[in-house]
Design a binder for this molecule. Structure first.
Ligand code: NCD
Length: 314
C-alpha cells in the first residue's frame, strides 16, 4: 500500500498492525533515547493549507523521532486551492525529493488528487481533507480506546462509542465510523438532526437525539468541535440550547460508567460542546490523545515509507 488517503484504504488486519506498531513506537519514545534511525535520509514534507496545531506538530515530531528530514510548508491563503496550482505545488515537492507528503487541505478530495495526479513519486498521507476524512486521527482515537478499554485482548468488539455533535462537518467522525466499525466496535451518533449527514441511515451506526439515554451505555464518548468556520447556515437556535442538549458537563459525565473515557480531537470550544470541568476531569483523555497521536504517526510514516520489511531500529 502506497498512500493513506482514507480508512477505506486499509483492512482490519493492517489497521491492527498500525495500532500494534504505534504501541512499539510508544515504548521506544518512553525510553532514554527518543530518536530512531529508521527514516534517516528520507524527506517528509508537511503541506498544510488549513489551520492546524496538533496534527501538524504531531506529524513533525513523529518524522523527527524517526530521523527524517522535515520540510514544513504552510500554504494558507495561497493559490493551492485550485487543481492546477496543486499540481504546481506537487511538482515543486517532487523537485525537493519528498519521500512522503503529509497534506491537510480545505477541499475534500485534495489528498486523492495529489496521489492520483501522479505528479509526485512519494507516499501521500491525508492529514484532513475538507469534511471528508482524517485517517490518522481515527487511528489515534482507536489506539487510545484500545489502550484504556481493551487491555489484554486488544479487541474492540463489544466496545460502544458515542460520537457527539457536529457530525455533518466532521472528517473525524467519518474516519472514526469507518475504523471503529471495521474493528468491531458499535457506534452511536448523537446530534441534532440538522448536524447529521443527509444519508446517515446508510452508515453502519445507531443514531440518537437523546444524549442522556446513551451515556450510561457507552465505553467512550468522542465530543466534536462545533465547526463554525464550515457553517454557512444556522444549524441550531443558540449556543446555549446546543450546549444544554448536546454539550457534556460533569453532571452528564456522571451518567457514564466510571470506567468510560471522554475524548475530543481538539481544539475544544470549552463552554460550548464541553465544559471546562469535564475537559479536565479524571475521565478525560484529551491530552493523552495528543501524545498517542505522535506514536500513531510514527507508525504510519514507518509502515508507509520504510515498509514492514525493515526493523524499527533501522
Ligand atoms: C480536527 C480536524 O482538524 O479535523 N482536529 C484535529 O485534527 N486535531 C477536528 C477539528 O478541527 O475540530
Amino acid at each position: 500500500m502506497k498512500h493513506l488517503l482514507s480508512i477505506n484504504d486499509i483492512d482490519k488486519e493492517f489497521a491492527l498492525t498500525i495500532l500494534d506498531t504505534a504501541a512499539e513506537m510508544a515504548k521506544v519514545t518512553e525510553g532514554p533515547v527518543k530518536k530512531l534511525p529508521t527514516l534517516r535520509g528520507k524527506t517528509v514534507v508537511n503541506l498544510f493549507a488549513e489551520d492546524s496545531t496538533r496534527t501538524r506538530i504531531s506529524f513533525e515530531a513523529a518524522a523527527k523521532r524517526l530521523s527524517a528530514d522535515v520540510i514544513n510548508f504552510t500554504a494558507k491563503g495561497s493559490s493551492i486551492s485550485k487543481g492546477e496550482s496543486l499540481k504546481d505545488t506537487a511538482q515543486t515537492l517532487q523537485a525537493l525529493g519528498a519521500d512522503a507528503v503529509v497534506i491537510r487541505h480545505p477541499a475534500s478530495g485534495a489528498a486523492h488528487r495529489l496521489a492520483q495526479g501522479r505528479w509526485i513519486n512519494g507516499t501521500v498521507i491525508n492529514a484532513g481533507d475538507g469534511t471528508h476524512e482524517h485517517p490518522s486521527q481515527a487511528l489515534l482515537d482507536s489506539y487510545t480506546i484500545r489502550k484504556h478499554l481493551c487491555a489484554g485482548t486488544g479487541d474492540l468488539s463489544g466496545i460502544h462509542v458515542a460520537i457527539v455533535g457536529d457530525i455533518i462537518h466532521s472528517r473525524v467522525a467519518r474516519s472514526n465510523v469507518l475504523l471503529l466499525t471495521k474493528l468491531g466496535a458499535t457506534v452511536t451518533l448523537v446530534a441534532p438532526p440538522t448536524l447529521l449527514p443527509h444519508q446517515v441511515e446508510a452508515w453502519p451506526v445507531r443514531v440518537s437525539y437523546d444524549f442522556n439515554s446513551v451515556l450510561p451505555t457507552v465505553d467512550a464518548v468522542i465530543m466534536l468541535r462545533i465547526q463554525q468556520e464550515r457553517m454557512s447556515d444556522l444549524y441550531f437556535p443558540s449556543e446555549r440550547e446546543y450546549s444544554t442538549l448536546f454539550g457534556i458537563d460533569s453532571e452528564r459525565l456522571s451518567l457514564t460508567k466510571s470506567t468510560s473515557i471522554l475524548m475530543h480531537p481538539g481544539p475544544m470550544n470549552r463552554g460550548l460542546e464541553i465544559s471546562a470541568e469535564a475537559a479536565d476531569s479524571k475521565q478525560s483523555v484529551v491530552v493523552e490523545q495528543v501524545a498517542n497521536g505522535v506514536s500513531i504517526r510514527m507508525a504510519i510514516l514507518y509502515l508507509f515509507i520504510a515498509g514492514s520489511q525493515e526493523s524499527i531500529n533501522g
